[in-house]
Design a binder for this molecule. Structure first.
Ligand SMILES: [Zn+2]
Length: 70
């Protein structure tokens, strides 16, 4: 049994703890994973970014029915 900093709140947590006693994060001492806020950012970018990209592409096509960038 060892103590490590929580990846989320940096509080000291046992490596055997399933959740952080300070902030409640699950598997608080797991390593090699991105912080939770990065995961959220990526999720938001994927959810919001792709639809915007597709909409922009469709607008581009509708404004240029004979082809792209002509
Ligand atoms: Zn924590």
């Amino acid at each position: 049994m060892a103590l490590k900093p929580c990846f989320e709140c940096k509080g000291v947590v046992s490596t055997e703890a399933n959740s952080c006693p300070h902030c409640g994060a699950s598997n608080p001492t797991r390593s090699g994973l991105r912080p939770a806020w990065v995961e959220k950012l990526i999720t938001v970018v994927l959810l919001v970014g792709w639809p915007l990209f597709i909409i922009a592409f469709l607008i581009q096509v509708s404004h240029n029915p004979n082809g792209f960038y002509h």
